[in-house]
Ligand binder design. Sequence first.
Ligand SMILES: Nc1ncnc2c1ncn2[C@@H]1O[C@H](COP(=O)(O)OP(=O)(O)OP(=O)(O)O)[C@@H](O)[C@H]1O
Length: 280
Amino acid sequence: MPNDLSASAPLHRTTEPRVLVRVSDMGKQYRQNSPMVFENVSFDIHQGDFVCLIGHSGCGKSSILNILAGLEQPTTGGVIIDGREVTRPGLDRGVVFQGHALLPWMTALQNVAFAVRAREPAASRHAVREKAEHYLAMVGLAKAMHKKPFELSGGMRQRVGIARAFSTQPRLLLMDEPFGALDALTRGLIQEELLRICTETRQTVFMITHDVDEAILLADRVLLMSNGPSAKLAEDVANPLPRSRTRERMHHESGFYEFRNHLVDFLVRRSALVQSDPNL
Ligand SMILES: Nc1ncnc2c1ncn2[C@@H]1O[C@H](COP(=O)(O)OP(=O)(O)OP(=O)(O)O)[C@@H](O)[C@H]1O
């Protein structure tokens, strides 16, 4: 099983893609005299990559995502996105959290249009509406766009959040357990939609998940964090399955069970051992 922190390019690529995100030697401590939550975290994300971050509760996954979003500052190290250091939130990054965070008094269309307007303040009303409609249709909500959040199911609300994030055409899409609150069937449907959209638009994504099968379906690479405090990025594993994977078929792909066992074994065993022996 690949386990190479220096070579972060996924398998199945012939030319080296452009580095979009560079995280260097990053660490976070929330209070003086408290332990570092995580430290020495370094990785690259290439243009068009879908990268998932997995680790046990409290190892600092959301903190890392919040630093990439510019919502938190790192204690050590930093993040460069497209040549610029991240110091604050920006429209070059779209964020989807577990809670949908939609504006409750606006319809789905108005919620997405609001984000499009923020990105393109000079665009005509017609252009903004067209774009918002396009992204809602992309997530299968063409017929529900005039509904307000309380009139939508949890899965539909999360789709609006995804449409809103895509509508600003971010360089980097950040997702913090976006499907954690959804039932398994809805989650599966949205996961496949997301993978299709990301492949079509070559969207670069950094996503946190607790779900190993979700990571296998979506991620080109899986980053594995050891347990905190002082958590480390222990492994950077390329997904051996081709991008054309689907939930239905991926179990039959060669390498599926080896990859899955590798990830599960990390979570149940190696994540706790990394502190004492980083070679495990
Ligand atoms: N704003 C904050 N102020 C102080 N401590 C914080 C803050 N945010 C996170 N922490 C602490 O940092 C540690 C890591 O939290 P974080 O949410 O990043 O972990 P996580 O891996 O995403 O956890 P989970 O999987 O449970 O969501 C925790 O001990 C948490 O209490």
